[in-house]
Design a binder for this molecule. Structure first.
Ligand SMILES: NC(=O)c1ccc[n+]([C@@H]2O[C@H](COP(=O)([O-])OP(=O)(O)OC[C@H]3O[C@@H](n4cnc5c(N)ncnc54)[C@H](O)[C@@H]3O)[C@@H](O)[C@H]2O)c1
Length: 392
């Protein structure tokens, strides 16, 4: 087991009706002037935004708001939010929505605390982030895990890049999670969410060289739970217990519990972000499209790890088979599971047929111009990443 620090400071307020506690949570964490951030209107239609506002009123907390966050959230809207927050003298940012809203809220908080600095320069690491203002979240979809993660992802449309920033300042103060709020999530988004939750766990699992029994058992249990309930949610998404399991998996998959003693990789995410920035594809789809090709390209470097996954997560029988055979079956069964959710496992299923030049650009983008070796299984150069894109 490698040395590690486990830091997951977010207060989780989980269960039915908990959005009514948003106001008291904001007050508890010192907020008195709040900028509410939300997306395309589902929170208006469902009435959740009104309930959240009422709970702020009850605590005499004043607020302003910014809506219109889109999936693959844009830097430009976060910058608009920073302006609004500064004008309003906001001391707290409250995101009501999913990963796109939460990441925008995090961006607005960082920009508001650093009004003289350029947000994109902070985002890309050119300027170190040394302070922010507090963020709270009312989650409406189980997927990204941003409600407990140390990361946030924004797309800069001007330069065509989708970039994530990891920092302790991205840990939100509280996350209100009422699974009932996710009953209205479209089926495609539920499937994308389950895929993303799986990938957050798998990107911490396929790292060879460490013995981490407890961490492995948690990860394998999480994967089995989210897969079982993912299938059930597509049959009946208004089953509270099913949605509750998925929502809790979403947070645990990305609060670093499953990296303890092993760390994380996130190469599939990096390759997926390059795809998301270029083609504006839903995040979960970028992952289901790439994972099988990523795994086939390098499972021979850690067949024991892939075989363990195949047996313990995908339920493959090991009898009479070599580790390589078991590992390969595990990859195939994972792709079959993605397909059972209606997720694509190749780019062509999304109608995307990139040219060689476009694939080269994607690989250069994902590897930061071939300066970043992706993957902790086999450090992948830009040329190898190109091969994986071609396989996908
Ligand atoms: N910060 C992180 O740790 C992290 C991790 C993974 C992914 N991400 C990023 O998060 C984004 C994806 O976030 P997401 O998967 O949570 O989805 P999302 O926030 O993009 O939302 C997906 C869609 O579902 C809709 N929606 C949300 N809640 C709804 C509800 N209750 N009813 C009806 N519709 C609803 C949204 O309006 C949107 O159209 C991507 O940009 C991805 O790169 C961030």
């Amino acid at each position: 087991m490698d040395n590690f620090v486990q830091y997951a400071p977010t207060e989780v307020v989980f269960g039915k009706g908990t959005e009514k506690q948003a106001g008291s949570e904001v007050k508890k964490w010192g907020g008195s002037r709040v900028l509410i951030v939300y997306g395309g209107g589902s929170v208006i239609k469902s009435g959740v935004l009104d309930r959240v506002k009422r709970s702020l009123d009850e605590e005499d907390i004043v607020y302003d708001e910014i809506g219109g966050v889109k999936p693959n959230p844009r830097l430009a809207l976060a910058e608009e939010g920073v302006k609004k927050a500064i004008e309003f003298q906001a001391d707290f940012i409250l995101g009501v929505g999913g990963g796109s809203v939460i990441d925008t809220a995090k961006g607005i908080a960082h920009g508001t605390a650093n009004p003289t600095l350029d947000l994109w320069e902070i985002w890309t690491g050119k300027i170190p982030l040394t302070k922010s203002i507090p963020v709270g979240v009312v989650l409406t979809i189980a997927a990204a895990g941003s409600e407990m993660s140390d990361s946030a992802v924004l797309t800069n449309e001007e330069v065509g890049r989708k970039v994530g920033i990891s920092t302790p300042f991205n840990r939100v103060k509280f996350a209100v999670m009422n699974p009932e709020l996710a009953f209205t999530v479209p089926k495609k988004q539920i499937a994308c969410g389950v895929t993303d939750i799986m990938m957050h766990t798998m990107e911490r699992y396929f790292i060879p060289g460490f013995t981490c029994e407890m961490t492995d058992e948690i990860a394998e249990g999480l994967l089995r739970t989210v897969m079982r309930n993912g299938t059930k949610a597509l049959e009946n998404q208004e089953d509270y217990d099913v949605m509750a399991e998925i929502m809790w998996c979403s947070s645990l998959s990305h609060n670093d519990l499953t990296s303890c003693g092993r760390g994380k990789d996130f190469s599939v995410h990096k390759m997926g972000q390059a795809l998301g920035a270029k083609y504006d594809i839903t995040h979960g789809e970028t992952l289901s499209v790439l994972w099988g090709s990523w795994a086939r390209f390098q499972y021979d470097t850690a067949p024991d790890r892939f075989a363990r996954y195949a047996v313990n997560v995908m339920g493959i029988s090991s009898q009479g088979k070599s580790q390589m055979e078991i590992a390969k079956e595990g990859i195939e069964k994972t792709e079959e599971y993605f397909q059972s959710l209606g997720m694509p496992i190749s780019l062509s299923e999304l109608g995307i047929h990139p040219s060689d030049e476009e694939i080269h650009d994607l690989a250069m983008n994902a590897t930061q111009q071939d300066t970043l070796k992706l993957s902790r299984l086999k450090p992948l150069s830009a040329a190898e990443v190109e091969t994986i894109y071609k396989m996908a």
